[in-house]
Design a protein around this ligand. Sequence first.
Ligand code: ATP
Ligand code: MG
Length: 521
Amino acid sequence: MRWTASFIPPRKEVPSEAELVSHRLMLRAGLIRKLSSGVYTLLPLGLRVLAKVQRIIREEMNAAGAEELLMPVLTPAELWKETGRWDVYGRELMRIKDWHDREFALGPTHEEIITDLVRREVRSYRELPKNLYQLQVKFRDEIRPRFGVMRAREFIMKDGYSFDRDERGAEATYRKMYDAYVKIFTRCGFEFSAVSAESGAIGGSFSHEFMVLADSGEEMLFTCPKCGTASSRDRAACAKPVAGSECGTGKMEKVSTPGMKSAEQVASFLKTVPAGLAKTLIYEADGEVVAAMVRGDMEVNEAKLMRELSCSELRMASAEAIQKATGAPVGFAGPVGLKGVKTVADCLIAAMKDFVTGANESDAHYVNVNMGRDFTPEIVADIRFAVEGDACPLCGSAYAVKRGIEVGHVFKLGTKYSKAMNAVYLDEKGVEQPMVMGCYGIGVSRIIAAAIEQSHDDNGIIWHPALAPYHVAVVPLNVKDEKSMACTEKLYRELESRGIETLLDDRDAGAGFKLKDADLI
Ligand code: ATP
Ligand code: MG
């Protein structure tokens, strides 16, 4: 391609809102332009990179036995209502009405749509398994769209879905997809890690996230240098502390803490540290009020808490519900004398001595509280987020904490969608069985940003050859010099004829200026 014939807008000053290097470089190098918040045009250079990523994905998906199709972006509300996600998805789901007042969603993911398709077409065990995928634009009304195409409201995704006869088949398909993802991200030149993760709003029993390692990544990964496990922050298990056999000897006393609600406020008022406190948070789990206790400097991991309670819905209790359950306003809940409320204490609480808790009374806390002596929780379990310095529960060595960008996600869905939508087949005996599903996403446009985030220098992007928009830039230093032009033209044509993607910078501009652009791109 000749530069003068191509649409590569000149280098541009970047707005201050572009915090990430990849966002700034994509704007400066003319890969993207913003249309509105979280909505971007991929310029020709950006599209060339996207096409390369798509090609790698197609090749590996097809080789692993999946087949491409293309579903509509416009999806009828009825299907979302069948699984309840019309309500559960919340504000991220972009909804529109047609002129008959019928409701639609712009697809953020396609479990419902593909399940509807497959349940209509597949009847017998002989037609299974099926593994289908698409490369398509997705819409999610992200609360905080940012970092350019990294977290956009309209973006390109590869989403795949598998349907198997049974758990064993689904397991094998999941493995194949996992392996295909390893090949895809290896071909993209990434340094990445596959971590076991929570399944989130999509649901299902098990999942792995593929993380590109980069200091600017939004996600935290907990990896064990010794036994090699890797988990997302949501999933990272914490080793149980070695608790001393005796509890503290301090005398439990009620103290006045006027207006002190947060762990930090109470700690500084009582001249201690947040780690000397136990926070008690009141939740509603499937409608039942429960109390969750973690050390004052820790955070409750709601996914872990949900697993311990085997509940399907968990939310913070309202101020009224807290007042009713504890007899005190928000900020003063504690386990001592808390009646009729199931209490779940994090393992760390068992190792604490003479700590501070709320007194279930306005403006009051207890000091010198000890578990076992002053209260007994119904459940003691790992219910907090792991933090730097935590030990791996498998081998005891300290987790290494890294940051990453999530570029892909594979889920074992089980029968969540097939049961909700009655996607069944007839087995060998003619008995109806629900199909066992999996789903597999890749953030195709996010990959471009992740690649740049991981590989750049002060002068610009350093592409892996598999993703580079062009392989060679031929830069005549002076286009008015006939000899120089003839030479570069010849070189350009020769390279092109050998299938080497070449950009000839035939602009009438200074050599330094052009070399700088080549370096940037
Ligand atoms: P995140 O935690 O980053 O919001 P997610 O868990 O919502 O991601 P999935 O539903 O698993 O994402 O979607 C599959 C893939 O699509 C993700 O792994 C990610 O790479 C990409 N993706 C998700 N949301 C966006 C977005 N707003 N912009 C660009 N890519 C996205
Ligand atoms: Mg998301």
